[in-house]
Design a protein around this ligand. Structure first.
Ligand code: FAD
Ligand code: MG
Length: 344
């Protein structure tokens, strides 16, 4: 018994020293992390900066943002504003004020193509939800008067938001994932993270460069085959790439494709020959709002409009497989599938 005991005693420390100590001194970065948040798949890859603590901080922040900004969570600040529509202003956090102020800014900038008061239409159609519904014209006519960002009153000094008409509903599905991506980048920069990839349900942020002097290669999905390889490759550094497309959420009925990007004027999904609109820029909040707005505007208005905005690049893909792009992104763009053609 005795010799056997001492054998165990001696060999264990040696085993630990040889096998585990080197592994402890050279800490391995954790791989990427994925969670379902905002009703979609969110993945963050911190590469060499990937620690349990930092992934934990980032995903806790995303979940907190969902709790504050979701129109589907009854206790969120957005739901509280919606519940008080036509009755009283609601006190909200500085964060919600900021997101809604940005939403209002992009609504004004785009002449209402982007409109955060789109909520009643989102609920009526429920595209991508549990009870998708093809509304009658009467149902659409009943909610159209409720869609108008000018009836959203933000009082920054008081910290309140008020929807003037009963039945109005905010929905920040077209901008909040962008804000969330910007928040991820802010936290990462504070932590001196040199490079990372953030993908919040297709809302991409490529932080830093892939390697010294080498840009990230980000794909724009083939909107005809979103599960296959990308249609376009973009070489980007420290930028966000955000796409609004007809393939993200939809239902098909009677040969018609009903998707989730609405024309606030008509109350119907936008049918303008576009399959997708992508925005490339440093601010993901801007890119999210503008990709939705540019989709609503269409490429003919959207390209000259995007060219008036500083540091905003845009790529449109049409039903005819034509690709339209602002001049600034063309040198960093490669078309990967031969059926697509870049139009001058
Ligand atoms: P984008 O083009 O960026 O936005 C389209 C979305 O914006 C539409 O789905 C609609 O919500 C809204 N929209 C449509 N037309 C307009 C317009 N003209 N102007 C302004 N906005 C418009 N989905 C779920 O299924 N379950 C959830 O629990 C859930 N929770 C969410 C919580 C939050 C905080 C957010 C931001 C989103 C949530 N979503 C949820 C929505 C889901 O992630 C959406 O698919 C997503 O927001 C749409 O983003 P997109 O990038 O595909 O399209
Ligand atoms: Mg958007």
């Amino acid at each position: 018994m005795k010799p056997r005991k001492s054998h165990i005693f001696i060999t264990f420390p040696i085993f630990f020293t040889l096998v585990f100590l080197p592994a402890c001194t050279k800490k391995e970065a954790l791989p990427s992390r994925t969670e379902m948040i905002f009703g979609t798949v969110c993945t963050i890859n911190l590469f060499e900066s990937g620690t349990e603590q930092l992934y934990g901080t980032l995903f806790a922040r995303l979940r907190a943002l969902e709790d504050t900004l979701s129109a589907n969570i009854g206790t969120s600040e957005i739901s509280r504003i919606n519940d008080a529509a036509g009755q009283n202003p609601v006190q909200v956090s500085a964060e919600t004020l900021f997101v809604l102020t940005e939403a209002e800014k992009y609504a004004r900038l785009t002449g209402g193509a982007f409109d955060p008061t789109i909520g009643p239409l989102v609920k009526l159609w429920d595209i991508g939800g549990d009870h998708p519904h093809l509304p009658t014209q009467a149902e659409i006519d009943a909610v159209l008067p409720l869609i108008n960002y000018e009836d959203m009153v933000i009082d920054s000094a008081a910290g309140t938001v008020f929807l003037k008409k009963a039945g109005m509903k905010l929905d920040v599905g077209g901008i909040a994932k962008g804000y969330a991506a910007d928040e991820m980048v802010r936290i990462m920069r504070e932590q001196n993270v040199p490079r990372a990839l953030i993908d919040l349900g297709g809302n991409i942020y490529a932080l830093g460069d892939k390697a010294k002097g080498t840009p990230w290669r980000i794909g724009i999905k083939d909107p005809f085959n979103p599960l296959s390889g990308p249609a376009v490759r973009l070489d980007v550094t420290d930028k966000t790439v955000v796409t609004s497309g007809v393939y993200e959420r939809f239902f098909d009925r009677g040969g018609v494709h009903y998707h989730h990007i609405f024309d606030p004027q008509t109350g119907y999904p936008v049918w303008n020959q576009l399959m997708s609109a992508t925005v490339i820029t440093p601010s993901s909040t801007a890119a999210d709002a503008l990709s939705t707005a540019l989709f609503v505007m269409g490429h003919e208005k959207g390209i000259p409009f995007a060219e008036t905005l500083p540091d905003i690049e845009a790529v449109f893909i049409t039903e005819a497989h034509d690709i339209y792009a602002t001049p600034g992104i063309r040198p960093d763009m490669t078309i990967l599938a031969e059926e697509f053609e870049l139009i001058d």
